[in-house]
Design a protein. Structure first.
Length: 233
């Protein structure tokens, strides 16, 4: 593997599947239970805030009950030992990367354990429910929403992500179906900068054709093996 200094990693729901957190588009996926339009758009929140708050209250409980798996721990080890630049961009709203010890994590779709006040814009770590409209600790308004990027909203810190992709030597996509943009377009962005691309996924994704290499299998096996390989190189 020619000299690799800077790495960008993209993770999706598949890396947390073995921690017991449901993915979105599998046959038992979250979007089989309820429609995106009903719980994951600003319009849905305006139409039925109670339903949306309950959906994310449940996500929050599941996230707190889950534990990081071997894939999260392997990325945390890479983060600790990697001397070059490393950015773990996650689409996931769980905190399993952080609980495994990773530091250089960017949540582009927000976080289940964060509440965002629509009155004063403050964000607060939040582990309880939001369905009973608790007051914002900063301004007191009953105006807290899940700090989640809904469909139709702009993901967080995109300029930082594209800057990292522009100077990367390797882009690794783990556990994502490549169904949702802008994340699904990161492999193309990487290729436009002649960055090597690797996909680690349970099955072929919608983006597999664009990767230099695709390895198929569970993240808990593929990720630790890849981290060993890259640290030994
Ligand atoms: N190991 C590796 N990959 C896995 C595993 C596993 N154990 N289990 C499932 N996968 C793969 C699936 O094959 C699939 O390609 O993870 C991917 C999960 O795809 P999705 O359910 O579409 O989740 P994701 O790609 O993260 O969705 C992206 O869509 O709904 C929005 O905001 C939501 O962040 C989410 C975004």
């Amino acid at each position: 593997m020619d000299h690799i200094r800077n790495i960008v990693i993209l993770t999706g729901a598949g890396i947390s599947a073995e921690s017991g957190l449901r993915t979105f588009r599998a046959e038992d996926g979250l979007w089989e239970d309820c429609r995106v339009e009903d719980v994951a758009t600003p319009q849905a929140f305006r139409r039925d805030p109670e339903l949306v708050q309950r959906f994310y209250d449940e996500r929050r409980i599941n996230v707190m009950a889950a534990e990081p798996n071997a894939a999260h721990h392997a990325l945390a080890r890479l983060d600790a030992e990697w001397k070059g630049k490393l950015l773990i961009v996650t689409q996931n709203i769980d905190d399993l990367h952080e609980r495994a010890g990773a530091r250089r994590v960017l949540h582009m779709h927000g976080e289940a354990l964060s509440a965002w006040c629509t009155a004063c814009d403050a964000r607060h770590r939040w582990t309880g429910p939001l369905r009973d409209a608790p007051p914002c600790p900063a301004c007191g308004a009953a105006a807290l929403r899940p700090d989640i990027v809904w469909f139709g909203e702009m993901p967080y810190r995109m300029d930082e992500i594209y800057r990292a992709l522009g100077v990367a030597d390797l882009f690794v996509s783990i556990g994502t179906s490549g169904a949702v943009y802008p994340a699904a377009g990161f492999v193309q962005e990487a290729r436009s900068h002649r960055v090597r691309t690797l996909e680690l996924n349970l099955e072929r994704s919608q983006g597999s054709q664009w990767f230099d290499e695709t390895r198929l299998g569970p993240a808990s096996e593929l990720v630790p093996r890849w981290v060993e390989e890259i640290l030994a190189a």
